[in-house]
Design a protein around this ligand. Structure first.
Ligand code: GLN
Length: 200
């Protein structure tokens, strides 16, 4: 039986993740399909979840109204692989600052042991592209950052797979992967492949 990847479809861009997953699955020769999720009843059906970029505050209010986050967080805590990009990484962080210097608040699905600052690069650097390397995956890629958050601090259990300006931009804690940039907009699907290997 093929595996189903749920893409959280509350707000934000989904097509690029769907395309990256398709390409990555073909390269790995595995049977994977994607399904857009926005109802709790769909959660029992999925083997992994992608939390895309967008606006974490909108996702938070829509998802809360739908009662999605508690059951989803429970599944992730129980070991279901999850991949959060940008706003998706914010949703998974244990602690969040609204912006630099603001107090810490508890994240929407407090799972990843890290503190993240929304829009951490400020207005001067809203969007930018920089070369990144991910030594663990023997990978060089162009990291696309769009109103990206900054991971201020990670706890011991969190593995840092890539950094930019000495700050983590791709992290992993057991079944959870998160990036502050958009791998679905880059020139490679290697990070999606790495994620898909978690469901094999
Ligand atoms: N700035 C957005 C937020 O705080 C994240 C941006 C993105 O996902 N590209 O939710």
């Amino acid at each position: 039986m093929g595996k189903k990847i749920g893409i959280l479809a509350l707000q934000g861009a989904l097509e690029e993740h769907e395309a990256a997953i398709r390409t990555a699955a073909e390269a790995l020769d595995i049977d994977v399909s994607t399904v857009r999720i926005n109802r709790t009843s769909q959660l029992s059906d999925i083997d992994a979840v992608v939390l895309p970029g967008g606006e974490s505050t909108s996702m938070k209010s829509i998802g809360r109204k739908l009662g999605l986050f508690e059951p989803l967080a429970e599944k992730i805590r129980d070991g279901m692989p999850a991949f959060g990009t940008c706003a998706g990484a914010i949703l998974l962080a244990k602690e969040v600052r609204r912006k630099k210097g603001e107090p810490i608040t508890t994240g929407v699905m407090p799972i990843l042991d890290m503190v993240i600052i929304r829009n951490g690069y400020g207005r001067q650097r809203e969007s930018f592209e920089v070369p990144l390397s991910v030594p663990e995956l023997d990978l060089e890629l162009d990291g696309v950052f769009i109103r990206a958050p900054i991971i201020e601090k990670v706890e011991d259990g969190v593995k840092v797979l890539a950094t930019f300006e000495d700050q983590p931009v791709l992290v992993e804690q057991e079944n959870v992967l998160a990036s502050t940039f958009h791998p679905e907009l880059s020139n490679t699907t290697a990070i999606h492949k790495y994620f898909l290997k978690k469901i094999l």
